[in-house]
Design a protein around this ligand. Structure first.
Ligand code: SF4
Ligand code: SF4
Length: 432
C-alpha cells in the first residue's frame, strides 16, 4: 500500500550514470507539418528538392501564432506521408533523406558574444520566434509568447528539477552542455532585464550540483544562483519550484510573471542559446529511453524527426519475457500512452518509457484520505470523483476541480488503485 506520501520511486539510476549516446544521423527524418497545437500549415518544398540543415520548408499556423518549420538534416525531400505524432495524432510529414553532409543553410551563422551583448529585448525575442523555439519540457508552447510579457521580470528561474520518475534527459543535458545553459540563461536575463537568475535542481542530485557549481565560477558576475530543492513530487511543477526556490507563492489562477518570475525549462534554455549563438532552430534533443521492459535504458541525443522505433532498437529493444508492454511518451505520471513505437521524435519528447504491463483492478474507495493528503493543489480527488459520478456540476465547481494540474499523484497513492486522475480530467471536461 502506498499512502499519504509525496514521494514517488525514482528509477533514474541506470540511465543517469551512462554517457549519452549520440544518434544524430538517422537515414531519414520525418518533419511534422501540422501538430496538436497547430492544425493548419503551408509547405514550400516538393518531392526531389534538395534542402539544407536549418532551411525553412514550411509554416505552421496555430491560430494565435505562426511557426516556421525547419529541416533538421541536409538531403533530398523523399516525399510526403502520414505519421504518428507524439501527441497521439496522425499528422502530415515531409520525409527528408539524410545525405549525412550536414550542409547548413546560409542563414545558420554564429553571432559573436559582442553582438549578442548589444541585442535589445525585441531583437532577442525575434530570434527566438524566428527559430521556432518552444517549451522542451513537454509543453511545446512557443517561447517567444512567454517572453513577450508586459510584466516586469525580476528573476528568471531555470527549471532543472525533472521530478517525473525515470526521466533523466535534462540531467544528462546539464552534464553534457552546462556552458550552453548558463549562456542561455544570461541571454534570457538580458532580454527581460532581470536582475537575477536561478537554476533549480533537486538537492539529491549531488553530481549535477557539482557540475553547475563548477560552471557557476565562470559566471560569478551574472548574479546566478543554484537553488537546491527537496526531492518529492511534483517539485518540478512551476508553482512548487518557485515557492521553494524563491519563497514566492503564486496563487491558483495567477501566472508567475505577475510576481516578477519567468520560469523556463532547462532544455529550452539550451535551445535559446543555440538560437542566439548559432542562429539554429531546434535540430537535436536529449531523450531518455527507460523502463523495466527496455533491455538497455539510456539517454540518447537525437535529431528532431528521427523515429522512436530506431531509438528503441538502439537500446537493444524490448525484453523478451514481457508479454505485454505499455509504451509511454513522457513520464509515467503525466505522459501519454501510445499503441505503437512508429512515432516521430519532435521537440517535446523528453522520454520514451516501456513498462511491463501489470493488470490492476480498482477496488471500492476505503476513505483512507491518501489522495487528499497528497494533492499539491489541496483539492479533494475522492469527493470530485464522487461528484462526477453523480453528474453534480455545482459540487464539481465548489470542489474546484479546475485547479487540478493532472500531476497523477492521487492515482499513484490511491490504496484502491482508482484511476483518480482520469476522473479529474473527466470532471474538468464535464464542467466545460
Ligand atoms: S492529479 Fe489533480 S487532483 Fe490528483 S493529485 Fe494531482 S492535482 Fe491533485
Ligand atoms: S480514492 Fe479513496 S481509497 Fe483512493 S486514496 Fe482517495 S480516499 Fe483513499
Amino acid at each position: 500500500m502506498i499512502a499519504k506520501t509525496k514521494k514517488v520511486a525514482d528509477y533514474k539510476k541506470l540511465s543517469t550514470e551512462l554517457p549519452t549516446l549520440r544518434y544524430v544521423d538517422p537515414e531519414r527524418v520525418y518533419l511534422s507539418l501540422n501538430t496538436d497545437r497547430a492544425k493548419q500549415y503551408s509547405v514550400n518544398v516538393e518531392t526531389g528538392d534538395y534542402v539544407k540543415l536549418g532551411q525553412i520548408i514550411g509554416e505552421r499556423d496555430g491560430g494565435f501564432f505562426k511557426q516556421p518549420i525547419y529541416s533538421t538534416v541536409s538531403g533530398k525531400v523523399e516525399g510526403f506521408q502520414k505519421k504518428m505524432h507524439p501527441s497521439g495524432m496522425e499528422v502530415d510529414v515531409v520525409v527528408v533523406q539524410n545525405d549525412f553532409k550536414d550542409e547548413y543553410h546560409e542563414t545558420i551563422t554564429d553571432r559573436p558574444e559582442s553582438v549578442i551583448e548589444k541585442m535589445s529585448r525585441e531583437e532577442i525575442i525575434d530570434v527566438i520566434k524566428d527559430k521556432a523555439i518552444v517549451g522542451l519540457g513537454g509543453s511545446g508552447f512557443p517561447t517567444y509568447i512567454k517572453l513577450n510579457t508586459d510584466e516586469n521580470i525580476d528573476t528568471v528561474i531555470i527549471n532543472a528539477v525533472e521530478c517525473e520518475p525515470y526521466l533523466s534527459s535534462d540531467y544528462r543535458l546539464i552534464k553534457d552542455q552546462p556552458d550552453d545553459i548558463f549562456k542561455g540563461l544570461k541571454y534570457v536575463m538580458q532580454a527581460m532585464s532581470a536582475s537575477q537568475g536561478v537554476i533549480a535542481v533537486k538537492k539529491t542530485k549531488t553530481e549535477l550540483i557539482e557540475v553547475l557549481e563548477n560552471e557557476l565560477r565562470r559566471f560569478k558576475d551574472s548574479n546566478i544562483k543554484i537553488a537546491k530543492l527537496d526531492d518529492y513530487y511534483p517539485q518540478g511543477w512551476e508553482v512548487e519550484t518557485i515557492k521553494n526556490a524563491l519563497g514566492i507563492k503564486v496563487p491558483s489562477g495567477k501566472l508567475p510573471m505577475e510576481y516578477g518570475v519567468l520560469n523556463i525549462n532547462v532544455s529550452t534554455t539550451a535551445a535559446i542559446f543555440e538560437a542566439l549563438k548559432h542562429n539554429l532552430p531546434i535540430t537535436k534533443r536529449h531523450i531518455t529511453i527507460n523502463g523495466d521492459a527496455i533491455k538497455f535504458p539510456q539517454n540518447i541525443r537525437t535529431r528532431i524527426g528521427a523515429s522512436i522505433k530506431d531509438l528503441i532498437k538502439l537500446s537493444d529493444g524490448f525484453i523478451d519475457e514481457a508479454d505485454k508492454i505499455d509504451l509511454i511518451i513522457g513520464g509515467p505520471m503525466m505522459g501519454k500512452s501510445v499503441t505503437t513505437d512508429d512515432v516521430l521524435v519532435n521537440q517535446t519528447v523528453t522520454s520514451v518509457l516501456a513498462l511491463k504491463s501489470v493488470e490492476t483492478y480498482e477496488e471500492p474507495c476505503v476513505r483512507c484520505g491518501s489522495c487528499v493528503f497528497s494533492c499539491p493543489v489541496d483539492i479533494q480527488p475522492v469527493n470530485i470523483m464522487n461528484a462526477y459520478k453523480r453528474g453534480d456540476k455545482q459540487a464539481l465547481e465548489n470542489l474546484e476541480v479546475d485547479k487540478c494540474i493532472e500531476c497523477g499523484l492521487c492515482a499513484y497513492v490511491c490504496t484502491s488503485k482508482i484511476h483518480l486522475t482520469d476522473y479529474m480530467r473527466k470532471g474538468k471536461n464535464f464542467l466545460r
